[in-house]
Design a protein around this ligand. Sequence first.
Ligand SMILES: Nc1ncnc2c1ncn2[C@@H]1O[C@H](COP(=O)(O)OP(=O)(O)O)[C@@H](O)[C@H]1O
Ligand SMILES: O=C(OP(=O)(O)O)[C@H](O)COP(=O)(O)O
Length: 395
Amino acid sequence: MRTIDDLDVAGRRVLVRSDLNVPLEDGRITDDGRIRASLPTIEALRTRGAKVVVCAHLGRPKGQVKPELSLAPVAARLGELLRADVAFATDVVGDSARAVAAALPDGGVALLENLRFEPGETSKDDAERGALADRLAALADLYVGDGFGAVHRKHASVYDVPRLLPHAAGGLIAAEVEVLKRLTEDVERPYAVALGGSKVSDKLGVIDSLLGKADRILVGGGMVFTFLKAQGHEVGKSLLEEDQLDTVRGYLRRAEETGVEFVLPVDVVAATAFSADADHGVVAADAIPADRLGLDIGPESGKLFAARLADARTVFWNGPMGVFEMEPYANGTRAVAQGLIDSGAFTVVGGGDSAAAVRRLGFDEAAFSHISTGGGASLEYLEGKTLPGLQALED
Ligand SMILES: Nc1ncnc2c1ncn2[C@@H]1O[C@H](COP(=O)(O)OP(=O)(O)O)[C@@H](O)[C@H]1O
Ligand SMILES: O=C(OP(=O)(O)O)[C@H](O)COP(=O)(O)O
């Protein structure tokens, strides 16, 4: 893969695809880790006299303009961190984007509005994605892929634009791949993988390949209820992937046959509503009341998970164990984070929210071997899948 050192960028317009998908609460950024992680590449380019046009997505607006998912607050934070003006385009490839890109001085930085406001960005139709890619490419002379968290998406800005412009990988992608490679080669065993979070339909499938690689798979977060239901338990109003129940039963069977250990919670914090103020309490994992939803693993499960991490030599963790953004449901995530640290293993935490959780709950980032900006991207890399965003940069 070419790096930015291989590009002659002085005086040229460079479109940088970053992952600036940060958590927001009431329009405020609650964790700017992904913005910080994107700074070195942007800084390096502007120092060398490039005109830097950054593009990124925020949330999943599904091709519609959703003002609450505007990147405007991210542009402001990017400017603060760069200590420079960041021009903000109020559209992705329209009049505003063209004017902002055209007006950039050498060393200047601009950010385009949320790429996913354009239906072409995430379209499965090659022509529709291609049409948006043409318009994005017209804004620049060169392309730099640096949004590691989105490299598993076959999206216009990730996959199609690099086919149209001379391109290179930014420093973040290069650094992430370097560390994750260690987890695909000779891993020190026991190798434990902890999975949680809410992107259940996206991430359940990774277990298929993990069954051939990991020694232990710990399941918490929103992912666990499909497992509990597959075992025949009631899960109330918890997050559930009905159509994956057979698949999960297959995973449980295969794990028994191959000696992989599934570690599932024995207790759950169940609440009457998705709210910090809702009535909540600890219940056995096989006795979630029909009118409640599980929002965290319980205290016994926290101890169990930490115990199953204690002698691991390698740990990969993606997905918070509970809704850590609300204090009553943060303890499971705390226990697993502490479990990783206490294990003394080679530990990698991946994912926008997982990384944010570690910081928000007050853990020292340096206590982990690596904190990756990508959750789904890391998982798919570990599966050995071809990632569209990496493939496009290699070609
Ligand atoms: N039991 C649960 N029910 C609903 N959401 C959950 C549950 N446990 C965790 N979550 C949510 O999962 C989200 C993160 O999921 P995900 O995006 O998959 O992780 P990451 O960004 O680390 O890859 C968090 O916002 C958290 O509140
Ligand atoms: O947040 C992200 O991924 P992650 O939650 O798996 O870390 C990336 O920005 C990709 O977002 P997407 O999963 O909506 O494509």
